[in-house]
Design a protein around this ligand. Structure first.
Ligand code: HAM
Length: 389
């Protein structure tokens, strides 16, 4: 009987893991560069929290079950309810504005489609306790900074921005309070009838949103205004958003959204916390990985080691281990095979590992406390004292 990963779940072989770490590296660097602190929460939460505080679209996709203690639980499908719960619990003690980021693995039982899996890694960057539009511009600039670090610029991606609160109000005055949720969902999914679209989207007046001007100005200061594009179809699929909302897309619009976020100024209060403005975004690794691949922006995998240490003959296995130990203590990435290796094979292995040097440990040199060192780039060979490696 042979086994495979469940549909929608990934195995990360070294090549895929290297890509994941490459992406996560840019996320950590961009968040840290802007003063965000890293947090995490539990992968399993009470079903009540996730049901009450996730967007409805996500509630339908929860991996939920009853645990052995008869608790109704679910795997986290987004981080926002968890982070909101953490903030609500310590709202008074935390110094505002709170700037947090996290890189959780999330689980959604979704119909599989390109760019949508049942598990993904999602970078979350959020600010709590800031009403100013400078905060909206900042989270957006952090998202774009990570993409820049990965080689994606304004030529590759764009940000479609709008205001969920203003659109909700527009729907309320035209169609009534009860129509708000369903209509916003239809807008998010691109499922409005042509007549509704004409009324709600085409005739939309950008000047009705003063925050957009302010966002644009702040984005100019941050050098990211060229990414922005107003688009009334952006309302976000999750009901907790209240204000400015945005999504990042590839310029060719071939793929699904790379990231999405916005303001959710009432969620903390609804989690029994104080009234506290909040905003942020999520960026997944799946669509981003596809985009980097499509644009040829994935770097070759990092080298496995700096130095391969080769024992020439059985009796040199122990000396080779000692050399490895010495090199590692000196901060080099080094390894030796567990059995003696022919020199030709050793050089092939060293090349494939991306090593820069090969150290040959042979009985004659070893008796004098020396080893042979070959630099793979310059092809230079020298005999060196082990003490001075
Ligand atoms: P979301 O739009 O559901 O927002 O997800 C954000 C991003 O995560 C998407 O743009 C996409 O790149 C990625 N993503 C979502 N679902 C999947 C999936 N099934 N497979 C692969 N990638 C996926 C939220 O989750 C909000 N909680 C984000 C947020 C944080 N808003 C404020 N703070």
């Amino acid at each position: 009987m042979s086994f495979q990963a469940l549909p929608g779940f990934r195995d990360f072989y070294p090549e895929e893991m290297a890509i994941r770490r490459h992406i996560e590296g840019a996320w950590h660097a961009a968040a840290k560069a802007a003063g965000f602190e890293e947090v995490d929460g539990p992968p399993l939460e009470s079903l009540d929290l996730l049901r009450a505080k996730s967007g409805d679209a996500i509630v339908e996709e929860l991996y939920a079950f009853t645990d052995k203690g008869d608790r109704e639980v679910a795997l986290r499908a987004e981080l926002t309810p968890t982070v909101g719960r953490m903030i609500a619990a310590r709202a008074q003690a935390l110094r505002k504005p709170v700037k947090w980021y996290a890189t959780p693995q999330l689980f959604r039982y979704q119909r599989q489609q390109r760019g949508r899996l049942r598990e993904h890694i999602q970078w979350n960057v959020d600010i709590f306790g800031a009403t100013e539009v400078g905060a909206d511009a900042e989270v957006l600039s952090v998202a774009l900074d990570a993409l820049r670090r990965l080689g994606l610029t304004e030529n590759d991606v764009k940000v479609r921005v709008s205001h969920r609160g203003v659109m909700a109000e527009r729907v309320r005055t035209r169609l009534g309070e009860d129509a708000i949720e369903s209509t916003l969902r239809a807008i998010d999914k691109g499922e409005l009838s042509p007549a509704q679209a004409a009324e709600l989207l085409v005739a939309f007046d950008v000047d009705a949103i003063p925050e957009l001007d302010a966002l644009h100005a702040a984005c100019e200061d941050l050098g990211i205004d060229k990414y922005l594009e107003f688009d009334p179809r952006i309302v976000r699929g999750l009901a907790y958003y209240t204000g400015l909302v945005w999504e990042i897309f590839d310029r060719k619009e071939k793929l699904r959204a790379v990231a999405g976020g916005g303001r959710y100024d009432t969620l903390i209060e609804r989690l029994s916390g104080p009234s506290m403005p909040a905003l942020g975004f999520g960026m997944g690794d799946v669509v981003l990985g596809e985009l980097l691949k499509a644009l040829g922006k994935l770097p070759p995998g990092p080298p496995r080691i700096d130095v391969l240490v080769v024992p020439i003959g059985d009796e040199m296995l122990a000396p080779a281990r000692q050399v490895v130990r010495r090199l590692r203590l000196a901060g080099e990435r080094a390894e030796a095979p567990y059995a003696p290796m022919k020199v030709g094979k050793a050089f092939q292995a060293a090349e494939s590992f991306g090593a820069r040097r090969v150290v040959l440990v042979g009985p004659d040199e070893w008796r004098e406390g020396k080893v042979k060192v070959k630099d793979l780039a310059s092809r230079e060979e020298s005999v060196r004292e082990v003490e001075k490696l």
